[in-house]
Design a protein around this ligand. Structure first.
Ligand code: IMP
Ligand code: MG
Length: 180
């Protein structure tokens, strides 16, 4: 059922219900299970804050044993990308020779992910792939591969299931889109 919520100055309406998100996360987990089952202990790196809920639900659906860690990187202010990317923090694991799966809530322009990939490359991992809950193909302007995408959307601004509008809306089970 469609619902309207207000966060700060904006109204949002239901776009993707919980059940559809859950289905997409399961499909993505199946692909990771097929690709990583036989590799030596993959390292899952969740990107905070946005990927916390996605990471939590996804790892419960994996049938291999990954290490799980989180990093933080933020480039967003309000509903438009600032283009400025801050430092990557929280990287504690030794990444050399590791198979890394980066978990993101959303890849929009790809700016912040590009920055993260560059930081990771310096640590000489065996492989790095990106698994994102949402992908905006029309906003993406980079040339790295985003191999695992649970859901693709247009250029609309969304909140819920980890994603925020100025820090609100992350706790919603469904995903909402800005109205107007
Ligand atoms: P990019 O650097 O332009 O790819 O933006 C990536 C970051 O911007 C994501 O990790 C999100 O935190 C944020 N972001 C991009 N699009 C949205 C959106 O529609 N809703 C909420 N946050 C978004
Ligand atoms: Mg954000």
């Amino acid at each position: 059922m469609e619902k309207i919520v207000k966060l700060h100055d904006k109204e949002f309406r239901t776009l993707i219900p919980e059940a559809e998100i859950d289905r997409a996360v399961s499909e993505l987990a199946d692909k990771l299970n097929a690709d990583y089952r036989d590799r030596p202990t993959p390292l899952i790196l969740g990107v905070l804050n946005g990927a916390f809920m996605f990471a939590s639900d996804l790892v419960k659906k994996l049938d291999f044993n990954p290490e799980l860690s989180f990093v933080k990187l933020s480039s967003y202010c309000g509903t438009g990308s600032t283009g400025k990317v801050s430092e990557l923090i929280g990287l504690k694991n030794n990444l050399e020779g590791r198979h890394i799966i980066v978990l993101e809530d959303i890849v929009d322009t790809g700016e912040s992910m590009e920055h993260l990939l560059k930081s990771l490359e310096g640590h000489r991992p065996a492989s790095v792939e990106i698994a994102t809950l949402f992908f905006k193909p029309r906003a993406f302007r980079k040339d790295f591969a985003v191999k695992y995408r649970a859901l693709e959307i247009g250029n609309e601004f969304i909140v819920g299931y980890g994603l925020d509008y100025n820090e609100l809306g992350r706790n919603f089970r469904d995903v909402y889109v800005a109205v107007g």
